[in-house]
Design a protein around this ligand. Structure first.
Ligand code: FAD
Ligand code: DHB
Length: 392
């Protein structure tokens, strides 16, 4: 097979890139190792920055998002049994965020792609990328039990944290930076209307809890748990009791309970791979970096990488200039490190450190109080949470 841009991975990054290139008249093929059903039902992110919504809009993938997306004007911080509203439009000059599930973005992009291209192959697992330094890199992949090859002008690795693209970089070129956190998240989906209008980030006595939502009738909740926790360690009643305790405030508020329909545990890690380009291979999204989910940045970073990759590839296609492609890694990594810093700070500020002491806990509360007492401190949180501008 032959194409201009070979895209490995049909997650949000790969699918959005395919859409942006297709609309610019650039031929591409997406290889996705999983089935369509699996890709469409993997529960993950929900909070979209304005720039992410704009990107989906620009490429005609926002029809359902316009109807079902929930626009939020802020978040609530809870600590010391008090609630504090952080007002994004007031603090940022009008910016908002939107709640719309990653599963729905993936469904919308897959539907568009299957309707009018470009080609998207499910159960097509890339096994190797050959000659990324040459003008014609080749992706070897297995589809329907048969090994095949896809010859490309450029390859973009959008194959997530466990993909193969990153490993194609020569060891002498790769630099990696990692940090593991001493806790995980237990995430649940529940058939119950959200007990709040905006997301609640709580530093409770027992640790962190997050109340998010998927629709007016479905809640998404997360609970800090120890590493190595199994979802079955947490029967439903125990989850609701712990969530209620962590969100508790000295006011008339209570958490509605309902049937839990999904439960999973996610470890927390920061990871950055530099550079994000080698020859004619680019990395985008989780393939190059991951952040702990507390700042809601992973999907949004994947989208900003892809917007830059699309711009750079389109510029090359239209003008023959590789100037942007030459700056791709540097431009992405600047944003990646800002998001890594923000996600780290949010995580450290809101979780109970199992190895921490009373001093650290008091510092966390002092940081939270500073945000709720000082407009510049709140504005700094709001600017990062709603998304820093793209560099171009
Ligand atoms: P992925 O979604 O991982 O997609 C990669 C794709 O590549 C997959 O479909 C995979 O099957 C495929 N693939 C892998 N290897 C191969 C191969 N060899 N050949 C072919 N295909 C392959 N982010 C936010 O911005 N906001 C949030 O609110 C948020 N909340 C989160 C909550 C949780 C609990 C978790 C776990 C994550 C959250 N994230 C959030 C992060 C976000 O989900 C990820 O950053 C996002 O999925 C990255 O998209 P991606 O396309 O880069 O990678
Ligand atoms: C969601 C997940 C997050 O990690 C976050 O910070 C905000 C929202 C969500 O799944 O809705």
């Amino acid at each position: 097979m032959r194409t201009t841009i070979g895209i490995i991975g049909g997650g949000p990054a790969g699918l959005l890139l395919a859409r942006l290139l297709h609309r610019a008249g650039i031929d591409c093929v997406v290889l996705e190792s999983r089935t369509r059903a699996y890709a469409e039902h993997r529960q993950r992110a929900g909070m979209l920055e304005q720039g992410t919504v704009d990107a989906l809009r620009e490429c005609g993938a926002a029809d359902r998002l316009e109807v079902d997306g929930l626009v939020h004007n802020g978040i609530e911080l809870r600590f010391d049994r008090e609630r504090h509203h952080i007002d994004f439009p007031v603090l940022t000059g009008g910016r908002t965020v939107t709640i719309y599930a990653q599963t729905e973005i993936v469904k919308d992009l897959i539907a568009l792609q299957l309707a009018d291209g470009p080609q998207l192959l499910f159960e097509a697992e890339a096994v190797a990328i050959e000659r990324p330094e040459s003008d014609t890199p080749v992706v070897r992949f297995v589809h329907q039990g048969r090994e095949q090859s896809l010859t490309c002008d450029w390859v973009v690795g959008c194959d997530g944290f466990h993909g193969i693209a990153r490993d194609t970089f020569p060891a002498a070129l790769s630099r990696t930076y990692e940090h593991d956190y001493p806790y995980s998240w237990l995430g649940v989906l529940a058939d119950v209307p959200p007990s709040c209008e905006e997301l609640i980030y709580a530093r409770g006595e027992g640790g962190f809890a997050l109340h998010s939502m998927r629709s007016p009738s479905v809640s998404r909740l997360y609970l800090q748990v120890p590493n190595e926790t199994f979802p079955d360690d947490w029967p439903d009643e125990r989850i609701w009791d712990e969530l209620s305790a962590r969100f508790a405030i000295d006011a008339d508020w209570h958490l509605e309970r309902g049937p839990i329909t999904a439960k999973s545990v996610t470890p927390m890690r920061s990871y950055v791979h530099e550079p994000m380009r080698h020859g004619r291979l680019l990395l985008a999204g989780d393939a190059a970096h991951i952040v702990p989910p507390t700042g809601a940045k992973g999907l949004n970073l994947a989208v900003s990488d892809v917007r830059l990759a699309a711009r750079a590839l389109i510029e090359l296609h239209r003008t023959g200039s590789a100037q942007l492609l030459d700056r791709y890694s540097e431009l992405c990594l600047d944003r990646v490190w800002q998001a890594t810093r923000f996600s780290y700070d949010m995580t450290r500020m809101l979780h109970a450190d199992p190895d921490g002491d009373a001093f650290e806990h008091r510092l966390q509360l002092a940081r939270l109080r500073r945000i709720t007492a000082s407009r510049p401190a709140a504005a700094e949180l709001a600017a990062n949470y709603t998304g820093l501008p793209l560099p171009l």
